[in-house]
Design a protein around this ligand. Structure first.
Ligand SMILES: Nc1nc2c(c(=O)[nH]1)N[C@H]1C(S)=C(S)[C@@H](COP(=O)(O)OP(=O)(O)OC[C@H]3O[C@@H](n4cnc5c(=O)[nH]c(N)nc54)[C@H](O)[C@@H]3O)O[C@H]1N2
Ligand SMILES: Nc1nc2c(c(=O)[nH]1)N[C@H]1C(S)=C(S)[C@@H](COP(=O)(O)OP(=O)(O)OC[C@H]3O[C@@H](n4cnc5c(=O)[nH]c(N)nc54)[C@H](O)[C@@H]3O)O[C@H]1N2
Ligand code: SF4
Ligand SMILES: [Mo]
Length: 802
């Protein structure tokens, strides 16, 4: 490992190094949550390495985690509640004032909702980014107390189309699929770049191992010759937005060449004939031509698929945030289902859950938003519709915007509309660790303890046949002035008058100290007596059972219910994971104790492959989805035209070496790409007479952003790319703020989105480029110099310590 932190430690005398104790934790910069070991000094992480003892990630660590210390240690950390002044700036206030005022306002609005007989006019945005999921149930408790259902999070601009398809095929929004890359002989990569974005365990090692093993192969569908595509056996560099055509054609060819797994289909699936009938009508050559790839390459890809015994398909944003998003997800799944690559080693499968990351809203008639008409999927409405839900033009519009661990002002489509909605709603509250672009606009801002200052976990437990959980212990004390979310919501519910009195709470704690089943019995009447308390059950558990857990692991109380449920729903698999024969409710208790004792990378379920069918909620896979077969039949290459005003396709939010959603605020953490450059081909840049390093403007029908041009000839002709994770206004050290990189969602049209899931088409946005005006270039250059100064200062601080 080559971080500058570790270089510093390497240079110290060995005796001193021996003093450093390694603490186990997990990375929170992407949803793989790799096991890490870190050394700390004061409130800083000084050394980081992959945890070799971690059964799941086996010591793997990527370039991003190496500078993870900057996550909690930067100039934008919040350490006091803030209230917006009339002029829009913020003033510090006490927790007491903040929570009292917020509680009063919530009561007022809730009463007004009831008096008007309208649905709760409260919206929750968030519920955990890449790392902090433990606070989810408490935010939900508040939403329920506000009699509201409108919940939005990042998943509802990427994965809800996938969930919708899963529900149709397998029987539930939480029937989520896993891929077994490690064991596959063929990896099919659809619209993702594991080399940079990861997304599965030890991604770079796996990509290298496939490259170096002649018995394994890889097919990549990506317009760009990505780092992953460059080592693939077949790279289909399709025209952006044509995945449905190309996948449809490939499926048709697979059937034509006898590649359907008739035995698997007969044994496990219904509806194959309907699917086959639609696929057989596909004009294969026309659709391949529309995707602008060679028929010979497609044939080679199909050869590989037919020859494979263990194919796994890995898909992400290129298809999910691309045109025909939900249809793409369907075709992706048909690729492995029709060929019988499901539920075996090296193929795709469903996985278990300890607690599902999203809800279940699959029903014959899904609930819909009365404002936009979109369905709830996984308990979520499309986050691209938040501003529409807030629009005061509708009588039942949202009045309270509650944001917890998300930065929608930067990450939701149409920044201008989103910012206006935050500014103008009746009440806006942000809970975050940092003064984000969303916080900067909110009426109240509440400072949370960072993920490494509290017990934490994620529900990114997406593996089969062995599934793991990571409960993370704090590395540090909370920064003074901050609190873990559980404490914030506990105090808020006190102010709301919902919490039982201290005597009752203490008697519940006593019960919990004696035994947890007894606690459950005692809790029943306390929450059963009052519907408001029932809504706040998670917070009451935090304040009671939580306070009795070892080492301050209060927030783990939520897992207790998950463990009991897991033991009930999949006893055999939990027994296998724990190597025990204990059964019944005691198994749940055992699992909970086991997680508390073995926090990082603990297996909680072990399936046999054929038990995958216990996770499929329909008895058999229901292959025919009429809405999607109809959509497929309606596809028409001639309708896919290019607007001459906006001739380029923008990847609006590319994953690169040094971006990590909105988790890292200080530019100091970036080792590469300080400005968040616009990547563009030499010939495309040449059309505007600009050169590498120039400031250029990217223009969409919605807006205009300025970025530094950087030549990248791995892009497809007429394709350009801006990075995800920038657009952050960071303190410049002189009392002002500097804009680090493009605010890409200024360009996004929130209405250009998937018809079912509402996912914006971020990966194929029509734009043009122009030379920047001299004022634009000057402002950008000023910011760029300030950003570089911050990076240099960070590097100097490190050098000074060595
Ligand atoms: N370094 C880094 N890693 C991350 C993150 C990060 O911020 N930084 N974020 C994490 C998160 S939240 C997520 S969701 C994942 C996302 O991970 P990925 O989906 O892998 O990342 P992206 O770069 O957004 O997009 C993937 C690819 O889609 C391609 N693409 C563009 N248009 C099309 C198209 O029309 N069809 C096809 N087939 N492909 C197309 C792009 O060229 C790009 O290579 O990454 C995670 N990992
Ligand atoms: N144009 C475009 N837009 C995109 C994408 C794209 O590719 N293109 N990608 C989309 C995708 S896939 C995703 S996942 C989203 C991500 O969008 P967001 O969810 O908005 O981004 P995150 O980085 O996950 O946000 C995490 C927030 O949580 C805060 N935080 C960190 N730790 C804690 C904590 O312990 N407690 C609290 N309360 N807060 C904490 C961080 O400071 C940050 O503000 O962006 C989406 N938006
Ligand atoms: S792959 Fe993801 S979780 Fe693993 S070290 Fe890199 S950023 Fe962290
Ligand atoms: Mo994401």
């Amino acid at each position: 490992m080559t971080t500058s932190e570790s270089t510093e430690a390497e240079r110290r005398p060995r005796a001193d190094r021996a003093v450093g104790e390694w603490h186990k934790t997990a990375c929170s910069l992407c949803y793989v949550n790799c096991g890490l070991e870190v050394q700390i000094e004061g409130h800083r992480i000084t050394r980081i390495r992959g945890d070799k003892e971690n059964e799941r990630t086996k010591g793997y660590v990527c370039q991003k985690a190496q500078r993870m210390t900057f996550y909690g240690d930067h100039a934008d950390r919040l350490t006091t509640p803030l209230r917006r002044r009339p002029d829009g700036t913020h003033e510090p206030i006490s927790w007491e004032e903040a929570l009292t005022e917020i509680a009063a306002r919530l009561h007022e609005i809730r009463d007004a909702d009831s008096a008007a007989g309208r649905p709760g006019s409260f919206a929750l945005v968030g519920g955990g980014g890449q790392g902090n999921h433990s606070e989810g149930p408490y935010g939900h408790a508040l939403m329920k107390w506000m009699n509201a259902t409108r919940f939005f999070n990042p998943l509802s601009q990427e994965k809800t189309g996938d969930f919708w398809v899963n529900a149709k095929l397998f029987g539930g929004d939480t029937c989520h699929t896993a891929e077994d890359v490690e064991e596959c002989d063929l990896l099919v990569v659809l619209g993702c770049n594991p080399w940079l974005a990861h997304g599965f365990n030890r991604a770079r090692n796996e990509v290298n191992s496939i490259k170096n093993d002649p018995s394994r192969a890889m097919i990549v569908l990506d317009p760009r010759r990505t780092e992953t595509a460059a080592v693939a056996d077949v790279h289909l560099a399709l025209r952006p937005g044509t995945d449905a055509y190309l996948l449809g054609a490939m499926l048709a060819l697979i059937l034509e060449r006898g590649g359907a797994d008739e035995r698997f289909l007969a044994e496990h699936c219904d509806g194959y004939e309907d699917v086959a009938a639609t696929l057989r009508k596909i004009p294969v050559d026309t659709w391949i031509a529309h995707a602008e790839v060679d028929r010979a390459d497609v044939d080679r890809a199909v050869d590989l698929i037919l020859a494979s015994e263990r194919m796994t398909v890995r898909a992400e944003l290129g298809i999910q945030q691309g045109r025909n998003s939900t249809l793409n997800s369907y075709l992706e799944k048909l690729l492995y289902l029709l060929t019988g690559n499901f539920g075996r080693a090296g193929t795709n499968a469903l996985h278990s859950w300890l607690i599902p990351l999203w809800g279940e809203s699959y029903a014959p008639e899904r609930m819909r938003s009365e404002i936009t008409g979109f369905e709830y999927i996984g308990g979520l409405l499309p986050v691209s519709t938040v501003a529409e839900e807030l629009d005061a033009g509708h009588p039942n519009h949202v009045r309270v915007l509650w944001v917890d661990s998300s930065n929608p002002a930067n990450t939701v489509a149409d920044t201008v509309a989103m910012e206006q909605a935050i500014r103008e709603c009746e009440l806006s509250v942000v809970i975050d660790v940092a003064y984000t672009e969303t916080a900067a606009l909110a009426e109240y801002v509440l400072p949370a303890a960072a993920q490494n200052e509290k017990w934490e976990y994620t529900y990114f437990n997406w593996e089969f046949p062995v599934n793991y959980f990571n409960l993370r212990k704090p590395l540090f004390e909370p920064l003074p002035g901050t609190m873990p979310e559980g404490d914030i919501y506990w105090r808020l519910f006190e102010k709301l008058g919902v919490m039982p009195d201290e005597k009752t709470l203490e008697s519940l704690r006593d019960a919990a100290r004696r035994d947890r089943p007894g606690f459950m019995k005692a809790l029943g009447p306390v929450v059963g007596a009052d519907p408001d308390r029932a809504k706040a059950a998670a917070v009451i558990m935090y304040a009671t059972l939580g306070q009795t857990l070892p080492e301050g692991a209060a927030t783990a109380c939520v897992l207790w219910t998950g463990c009991r449920m897991a033991a009930k729903m999949m006893p055999v698999q939990v027994q296998r994971a724990l190597h025990t024969e204990v059964a019944g409710p005691e198994l749940g208790e055992l699992l909970f104790d086991h997680l508390l004792r073995h926090p990082i990378g603990t297996a909680f379920s072990v399936h046999e492959y054929n038990e995958v069918w216990e996770l499929v909620r329909h008895n058999r896979v229901q292959l025919a989805v009429p809405e999607l077969l109809e959509w497929l039949s309606e596809l028409d290459p001639s309708s896919h035209t290019v607007d001459p005003e906006y001739p380029l396709s923008l990847v609006n939010g590319q994953r690169r070496s040094h971006n990590a959603n909105q988790v890292m605020r200080t530019p100091a953490w970036r080792k590469t790409d300080p400005d968040g450059a616009l990547r563009v081909r030499t010939d495309d840049l040449g059309t505007i007479g600009a050169a590498d390093g120039d400031w250029v403007a990217v223009v969409s029908p919605k807006g205009r952003v300025v970025a530094r041009a950087e030549i990248d000839d791995s892009l497809r002709p007429a394709q350009v790319a801006l990075p995800h994770g920038y657009g952050i206004y960071y303190p410049d050290g002189k009392g002002g703020r500097v804009l680090n990189g493009p605010r890409i969602n200024i360009l996004t049209d929130a209405l250009d989105r998937d018809r079912i899931a509402g996912t914006p088409h971020h990966k194929d946005m029509p734009v043009r480029i122009e030379t920047a005006t001299s004022e634009e270039a000057e402002a950008a250059q000023r910011d760029s110099l300030l950003v570089r100064a911050i990076i240099e200062e960070g590097n100097e601080r490190k050098r000074a310590r060595t």
